[in-house]
Design a protein around this ligand. Structure first.
Ligand SMILES: Nc1ncnc2c1ncn2[C@@H]1O[C@H](COP(=O)(O)OP(=O)(O)OP(=O)(O)O)[C@@H](O)[C@H]1O
Ligand SMILES: [Mg+2]
Length: 489
């Protein structure tokens, strides 16, 4: 391999046909004269159309290539094949290695003539980064076939996004990360839209999995209900305002009612109804109160009895070694979903403010289906401040605002075919857009580009590994189901 040109952080390299380099791979360019090293990542591989100086360098490279010494010098056709098949590698310079340590700066120009170029592995890069993995989580393999790890502590305190087209492997990766966090003793709240995370209680042979005891499956209306007293006045107000779009006048009346229930020491759904019926001031307000009351009841999220109340703090203390609280939302109405998310978020923030629980992780599948974009943007900054670390999982990248991408610490990008999605992601992510566009466009299923803090801002292509949990949540297909029915007959 030989350097062709360098301009800014862009570098072009010529590679002979036998020097196979794939997109996404890292190369180390060592300047023999100075001993300096440059780390570069290849984002595009194409054929070379040599002209002028390119041709000169190419000819040089062909004749200096070791293989050529064994070839009959008159074997012109083989030379021509090499020239025709030479590759042009386009790369981004990520930094340099000075005194065996990685730095982002490159203040020198490598020698075109006296530089050697070789592939560099993930483990070697980690050595230059002096990165000691405190809580290693194996995610899969790199293109050189090495095991690829991230540090769970880089997910801690972070905003993470997992995105890609349908069935590319997003939820699979989310489950992999979740299982490792839980094994490390973390608490994770999952908004599960397909009721698929409960499969993690079992392995592929239907035996109990290694985290069977740490998965708490919560079904709204069944074992996930709350008393009004538990959720409290502040959270109740937030539900009215954000989830039920209640006008300010009506919210005020609700709060007056709340205060009078409080005086009677009977803050409950039952008493709320009695009080609304007694309300006489304004017919319009009364109607609004009643309609909100019916939405609250219809959500099935509220109960009168304290025995059935889902107490977050108690549930956390029942699982001293970590747990995932999986909230199954597939059968829940859109309005009840919004209410539930509001309750959980507000309640978690209350508990965290009062230092009653440790920081928690939250996995949100297709968040746009239960929260306004505008709300998330505000909530993300606040949530991180309080100690709620969110992972968004979505197949609609434009459902999250570009500002959310810019705030993201980690992004796991699976394949996109849609140019619009690709454009949007490449503009919004912290990695450069050439890398994102070129690497993500051709990704096969189960492979992703990892960007951000977990990879020290050195993007990596990773084939995500298999996990031994029962797979649920695959798209139901008419012909598969028909086959099953026929088998039973
Ligand atoms: N790394 C992997 N190894 C083995 N199987 C995988 C892997 N990634 C995904 N799968 C399987 O591929 C299928 C689709 O994956 P997954 O459900 O994660 O996709 P998704 O991107 O979440 O799709 P959707 O957008 O529909 O939610 C699942 O059956 C899953 O078990
Ligand atoms: Mg999914």
């Amino acid at each position: 391999m030989r350097i062709l040109s360098k301009s800014g952080d862009e570098i072009k390299i010529i590679a002979m046909p036998n020097e196979k380099v794939d997109r996404g791979e890292y190369l180390l360019i060592e300047d023999e004269t100075s001993g300096n090293k440059i780390l570069t990542q290849i984002y595009e591989v194409s054929y070379l159309d040599p002209t002028g100086i390119d041709e000169e360098i190419l000819r040089d490279e062909v004749f200096s290539s070791e293989k050529i010494t064994h070839i009959d010098p008159n074997n012109v056709s083989s030379l021509l094949t090499m020239i025709k098949d030479a590759r042009l590698l386009k790369g981004k310079i990520r930094g340099s290695i000075v005194d065996s340590r990685f730095t982002n700066e490159i203040i020198w120009l490598p020698s075109r003539v006296f530089s050697t170029i070789k592939k560099v592995s993930f483990s070697e890069i980690n050595k230059y980064l002096a990165k000691n993995l405190k809580f290693p989580v194996e995610i899969g393999t790199t293109s050189l076939g090495e095991k690829f790890y991230v540090d769970a502590s880089d997910l801690d305190g972070s905003l993470t996004i997992i995105t890609g087209k349908k069935e590319s492997g997003k939820s699979h990766l989310a489950k992999l990360l979740l299982s490792e966090l839980v094994k490390l003793g973390a608490y994770v709240f999952v908004f599960d839209l397909n009721n698929e995370y409960n499969g993690m209680m079992y392995d592929k042979s239907n035996n109990f999995s290694d985290i069977y005891n740490r998965i708490v499956v919560l079904e709204p209306g069944n074992n996930l209900v709350f008393t009004l007293k538990y959720i409290g006045k502040r959270v109740f107000t937030e539900i009215l305002t954000h989830a039920l779009d209640t006008p300010a006048i009506t919210v005020r009346e609700f709060l007056k009612i709340w205060d009078s229930m409080n005086e009677e020491s009977d803050v409950s759904i039952r008493n709320l109804y009695t009080k609304i019926l007694e309300y006489k001031n304004n017919e319009m307000v009364k109607e609004a109160l009643i309609s909100r009351y019916y939405s609250i009841v219809a959500s099935k999220l509220f109960a009168n009895s304290e025995y059935v109340n889902f107490d977050i703090k108690n549930n956390i203390s029942l699982k001293p070694n970590g747990a995932a609280f999986v909230m199954e939302m597939a059968k829940v109405s859109p309005l009840a979903r919004r209410m539930l998310v509001q309750i959980i978020l507000s309640k978690l923030i209350n508990l965290l403010e009062e230092n009653q629980i440790p920081p928690v992780f939250m996995f949100a599948e297709e968040a746009h289906l239960y929260f306004d974009q505008t709300y998330w943007e505000d909530a993300i900054t606040r949530m991180r401040h309080f100690g709620i670390y969110v992972t968004f999982i979505t197949n609609q990248p434009d459902s999250l605002d570009p500002t959310v991408y810019r705030q993201a610490d980690n992004i796991f990008l699976f394949n996109f075919i849609n140019e619009k999605d690709l454009e949007m992601i490449s503009q919004a992510s912290t990695a450069d857009s050439e890398t994102v566009k070129n690497l993500v466009r051709s990704l096969p299923q189960k492979k992703c580009l990892v960007i951000g803090r977990v990879v020290n801002n050195l993007p990596f292509l990773v084939s995500v590994k298999e996990v031994n949990y029962k797979t649920l949540g695959t798209t139901k297909r008419f012909f598969d189901i028909k086959k099953e029915i026929e088998k039973v007959k």
